[in-house]
Design a protein around this ligand. Sequence first.
Ligand code: THU
Length: 165
Amino acid sequence: MQQKIIETKITQCIFDELSEEYKKLVDLAKKQVEKAYAPYSGFHVGAAIQLENGEIFAASNQENSAYPSGLCAERVAMFFANAQYPDTPVKTLAIAAFTNGNFMELPITPCGACRQVLLESESRFDKDIVTILYGTEQIYIIDNVKQMLPLCFEKSSLKIIVDKK
Ligand code: THU
């Protein structure tokens, strides 16, 4: 019998240590929480995406009285970006969460369903997506989505030949 250890690399820093490009994206994610529709949870999430071509999109979580019909900010942002630019890889994703009048001190990480969707956007273009998770005390930077979803089920798991698109 053998054991295999899978490690996730997380870079920790504070806001001032970010590059100007990353600061801009984090600021946009923070701004976006104001547009969240979260009357049921009171948990406001903003996500900002930068594509390889420089285009930037931002989105927020959208809840629904039929709870499971709502969608996290990450998926709203990613589906929108991929729908607008189906041939352009995503470069960076920033996420911020706000509740009870404050941004979270420690970052929140995307839920499992979002990780699965983010992973598809990463693998369909075969291009790493850097995720910046904002917290007032600590920021995490994760080099690619695969790090957040090891042992994943993906296109290659289906063992069928799938079109690039
Ligand atoms: N939510 C997000 O938008 N992103 C996350 O990463 C975690 C959770 C939303 C879903 C729901 O509207 C609310 O936050 C509480 O779970």
